[in-house]
Ligand binder design. Sequence first.
Ligand SMILES: Nc1ncnc2c1ncn2[C@@H]1O[C@H](COP(=O)(O)OP(=O)(O)OP(=O)(O)O)[C@@H](O)[C@H]1O
Length: 320
Amino acid sequence: MIRARGLTKTFSRRKETVEAVKGIDVDVAEGELVAFLGPNGAGKSTTLRMLTSLLEPTAGEATVAGYDVVTHPAQVRARLGFIGQGNGGGFSYKVVDELHNQGRFYGLTPQVYKERAADLMAALELGSLEKRSVQSLSGGQRRRLDVALGLMNHPPLLFLDEPTTGLDPHSRANLWGHITAMRERYGMTVVLTTHYLDEADSMAERVVVIDHGEIIADAAPHALKRRYADDTLTLVVATDDGAAVRAALPDGLGDVDLTAHDAGLQVRVGTAQGADTLPAVIEALRVAGIPTTSASARQASLDDVFLNLTGRSLREEAAA
Ligand SMILES: Nc1ncnc2c1ncn2[C@@H]1O[C@H](COP(=O)(O)OP(=O)(O)OP(=O)(O)O)[C@@H](O)[C@H]1O
């Protein structure tokens, strides 16, 4: 559905040059749900704008839905829905008029656009709001309208630029429910950008991590975590004998860090074997005569992945 090679965008403003996207290669197959994850300014929006033919690449090439984005922008645009940051709704228009206008824009007949608008308003829980003006909608309702607008031409490919930014957790979950349902209903390929780690982790089948205009990792969330980050086991054991603890732990468990604790020692292990090895670790210590007084396991997160790849925490950057 998407094939990009060496896609590059350099912005030049006065004497300043910004290499926003530095030659990325990416393929997206039909039906995939892919999230571009990265901090502010990483180049996510610029990539999306090139793939949607809104911005001409400085170098490289991209084919989207079978058409070159530079030589056939109209064909590309006819096959995709794009929901950008902020929203394009005319503020004083009614919800239903916005959708009808969008249908006209795509050259649909009145019968078709009215049917689609009614269908999408029902599916996205906008039916009771159809006569409301866009400016009177809440943030979550407005984003649902944006999704409806993006789907009026029944695109095989939907791009969403930070669809949930600024929404509260309930509205985010609600919007995701709708995006997932729309995807199942229309069998769309979905490409989105986000800087919410938990969202990329739980919703995307594939995460493309982008930093400083380059793709630094590209895989399913669980595969990224397995490859680039360890789960952490933390135990407190009732002994001061660090050598005995190390000897008792299963071979190849991972890096062990011991610190003094009121009750004995605190044992921290970064393990590639997974958080679910904790019971076996406690049992191995028990067999060696070392009682465990407390234990916890923490699964690696996509933030650990980002931290290990870049030395920076995406969570802290997003909060900054
Ligand atoms: N029109 C422009 N002119 C000059 N620089 C630009 C322009 N558009 C983007 N940039 C710069 O390109 C870089 C990448 O920006 P981009 O918007 O693609 O990042 P992003 O990953 O989408 O970030 P965000 O999460 O904040 O939207 C940034 O340094 C940005 O300032």
